[in-house]
Design a binder for this molecule. Structure first.
Ligand code: PMP
Length: 434
C-alpha cells in the first residue's frame, strides 16, 4: 500500500542518518505522529491503544505537564548554578514521597546517569569495587553499566568485579519457598565471598525491585530483604533502580523497593519522572550526599533545570492528585483476575507475572517450552489489532504490558479482548505452519 511505501521510505531515510541498528518495534514499524492519554495516532490516522509505555506516566501529552513545561520555558531556562525556587520546591515534593532516611536528591538527565552516579557514590563510600547485580539485567548505556550487564546485547565483557545473581522465581520453581529462598541466599553469600577473595570487596548491590528486564520474576518472600542484609553485612550499599518500578507503578507501593520492606541507601530514577522530558535522579541519605558532595565537585549542566523541575513537579502533582497508585492497584487486580482466567483456558500461557500496572504473560509452545516465537507473533498480532505491547525476559517469551498510569477499565476491556483473540490466532494450526 501507499502507507507502507511511505513508512518504508522514512525507515530508509532514518537508516541513512542514524544507521540501521537503532532498534525499532515491529516488522512494519509504527510511524507515530501524535499522542493523547493512552492513545497514539499513526501517520495514516489509526489510533493505537498504548499498553506498553511507562514514560508517559500521566498520559501522552498530559495537558498539565505540557502547560507547566511551556510556561516555564517561556519564562526562564538556565543551567543549574543559580538559585531557582521551582527546582528546590520540586526536590522537596519528590523527597516527601520517600522514607525519612532518604532525604537528599541529585538530579540527572536519564536513568543511566543516575545509576552511574549511584555507583560512584557507593565506590567512594566503601572503597570497594565489587558489584552484585541480577542475571539478565539492564541498567543503562554507560561503560560501567554495560560491563555489568548480562542481559540485552552488549559487547562489553563482564567486569571481573561483577557477580550476576540468579534471582529465584517461585512461579517456575516447584520446590518449597523455604528451599528456594535458602538456596538463593546461599548463592548470594558465595558471590560476596568470591568478590572478597578476589580483592574487589563489596561496593553495592544494584537491582530493579520488580525484576522487569529479567522477565518479571517473583522471588520468595524475604529474598530481597535477606540479600540486602548480606550486602550491608559485607559493608556494601544497596541501590534500588526505580526507573521502571517507581512512581506508584506497582500499585501496592509508591516506590518498588517498599514492596520488599528494605531500606536502600540509594534509589535511582528516570523514565516516567518527567513524562518524557529527560529527567532522572538519585535519592540518598544526608550522610552519603555529604560525603560525596564534599569531596567531589559534581556538576550537571542540564539536570534539574527550571523546565525539568516544572515537568517533574507537574508529573508528581498529577500522580498524587489523581491517585494513580491506587488506580494501578485497583485496575491491576482486575487485570490479574482476567489474565488468570485467560491463562487457565490456554495451555500456551504458563504464568501471569507482575503487579499493579505492570504485568507479563509467560508463553510456551505446545511442548511446554519457552516460546519467543509465539510471544513475537502475539505482539505483532496485537499491533495489527491496534494494541501496543512488547516482550521481555532472557528467553524473550514474556509479554510485557505496562501502560501509562491513566489506563482505565474501558481500556483494559479492549486490551483483554484483543489479547485473548491474538493468543488464539497464533495458536491456530495455519498460523503455526507459517
Ligand atoms: N534502569 C532500568 C531498569 C531501565 O529499564 C533503563 C532503561 N530501559 C535504564 C535504567 C536506563 O535508563 P535511560 O535509558 O534513561 O538511561
Amino acid at each position: 500500500t501507499d502507507q507502507h511505501a511511505a513508512a518504508d521510505a522514512l525507515r530508509a531515510r532514518r537508516s541513512a542518518v542514524i544507521g540501521p541498528h537503532s532498534p525499532l518495534f515491529y516488522d512494519q514499524p509504527l510511524h507515530v505522529v501524535s499522542g493523547q492519554g493512552v492513545w497514539l495516532t499513526s501517520a495514516n490516522g489509526v489510533d493505537y491503544l498504548d499498553a506498553y509505555n511507562n514514560v508517559p506516566h500521566v498520559g501522552h501529552c498530559n495537558p498539565v505537564v505540557v502547560r507547566a513545561i511551556a510556561e516555564q520555558a517561556a519564562k526562564l531556562n538556565v543551567h543549574t548554578r543559580y538559585l531557582h525556587e521551582g527546582v528546590v520546591e520540586y526536590g522537596e515534593m519528590l523527597l516527601a514521597t520517600f522514607a525519612p532516611h532518604l532525604e537528599r536528591v541529585f538530579f540527572t538527565n536519564s536513568g543511566s546517569e543516575a545509576n552511574e552516579l549511584a555507583l560512584r557514590i557507593a565506590r567512594q563510600h566503601t572503597g570497594a569495587r565489587g558489584l552484585l547485580v541480577t542475571d539478565f539485567n539492564y541498567h543503562g548505556n554507560t561503560t560501567s553499566l554495560a560491563e555489568m550487564s548480562t542481559g540485552l546485547v552488549v559487547r562489553e565483557p563482564l567486569g571481573a568485579h561483577v557477580r550476576p545473581l540468579r534471582i529465584p522465581d517461585v512461579l517456575s520453581d516447584p520446590r518449597s519457598q523455604d528451599v528456594v529462598l535458602a538456596e538463593a541466599l546461599r548463592e548470594a553469600a558465595d558471590a560476596i565471598a568470591s568478590l572478597q577473595a578476589a580483592g574487589h570487596g563489596v561496593s553495592a548491590l544494584l537491582f530493579d525491585p520488580l525484576f522487569t528486564t529479567e522477565g518479571l520474576l517473583h522471588p520468595p518472600a524475604g529474598y530481597v530483604q535477606g540479600l540486602a542484609a548480606l550486602v550491608h553485612g559485607a559493608g556494601g550499599l544497596v541501590i534500588a533502580d526505580e526507573v521502571q518500578s517507581g512512581l506508584g507503578r506497582s500499585g501496592s507501593a509508591f516506590w518498588g523497593h517498599e514492596l520488599h520492606d528494605i531500606q536502600p541507601d540509594l534509589v535511582t530514577m528516570g523514565k516516567p519522572l518527567g513524562n518524557g522530558h529527560p529527567l532522572g535522579g538519585v535519592v540518598t541519605t544526608a550522610a552519603l550526599l555529604e560525603e560525596f558532595g564534599s569531596t567531589n565537585m559534581y556538576f550537571n549542566t542540564f539536570a534539574g533545570n527550571p523546565v525539568s523541575a516544572a515537568a517533574g513537579a507537574a508529573v508528581l502533582r498529577e500522580t498524587l492528585g489523581r491517585e494513580l497508585q491506587a488506580g494501578a492497584a485497583r485496575l491491576g487486580e482486575h487485570a490479574r483476575t482476567a489474565l488468570e482466567e485467560l491463562a487457565a483456558e490456554r495451555p500456551g500461557v504458563r504464568a501471569v507475572r507482575g503487579t499493579g500496572l505492570f504485568f507479563g504473560l509467560e508463553l510456551v509452545d505446545d511442548d511446554g517450552k519457552a516460546s519467543a516465537d509465539r510471544a513475537k507473533r502475539v505482539v505483532e498480532e496485537m499491533y495489527r489489532n491496534g494494541v501496543l505491547i512488547s516482550r521481555i525476559g532472557p528467553k524473550d517469551n514474556v509479554l510485557k504490558i505496562r501502560p501509562p498510569m491513566v489506563f482505565e477499565q474501558e481500556h483494559l476491556h479492549v486490551l483483554l479482548d484483543r489479547l485473548g483473540a491474538s493468543l488464539d490466532a497464533v495458536t491456530e494450526p495455519e498460523a503455526v505452519a507459517r
